[in-house]
Design a protein around this ligand. Structure first.
Ligand SMILES: [Zn+2]
Ligand SMILES: [Zn+2]
Length: 128
């Protein structure tokens, strides 16, 4: 699958740990979810998480920057964990540097797949 290969090709390194999260994070997170209450990849409204496009461990100064945040989920509604796969190239310690584009592409693909299966069902109904 081209899409997955593209994600894999973009994997970057480095894993610093032990940094402290800001006390303002819960509020920033809540505000972000009010503004973007849907998973950017699959559209789910369940099990939402706020992902940092530039990981906290890579640049803590972007922790509270709204432009660095994107809503992703762990609901596995479509059989995979959006946060882990789209946000982290399937490895929690890795960032996906093109997370916004990949989430958008994936969202459109899923939308198209749903529309296709719906029109298939409708067609079957008419044929009866
Ligand atoms: Zn999702
Ligand atoms: Zn994340």
């Amino acid at each position: 699958m081209q899409f997955l290969k593209r994600i894999k090709d973009r994997i970057l390194g480095k894993i610093p740990r032990g940094m402290k999260r800001s006390s303002k994070w819960p509020e920033v997170r809540k505000k972000h979810l009010e503004k973007f209450p849907k998973c950017a990849a699959c559209g789910s409204t369940k099990d939402l998480q706020v992902h940092h496009c530039v990981l906290f461990s890579d640049d803590p100064s972007l922790e509270l920057d709204p432009s660095n945040l994107i809503t992703l989920c762990t609901s596995k509604k479509d059989g995979f964990n959006c946060h882990r796969l789209i946000g982290h190239c399937n490895q929690w310690t890795q960032p996906n540097v093109d997370v916004r584009k990949d989430a958008h592409d994936w969202y459109e693909k899923l939308l198209f797949a749903r529309m296709a299966s719906e029109s298939e069902r409708a067609e079957k109904r008419y044929k009866r």
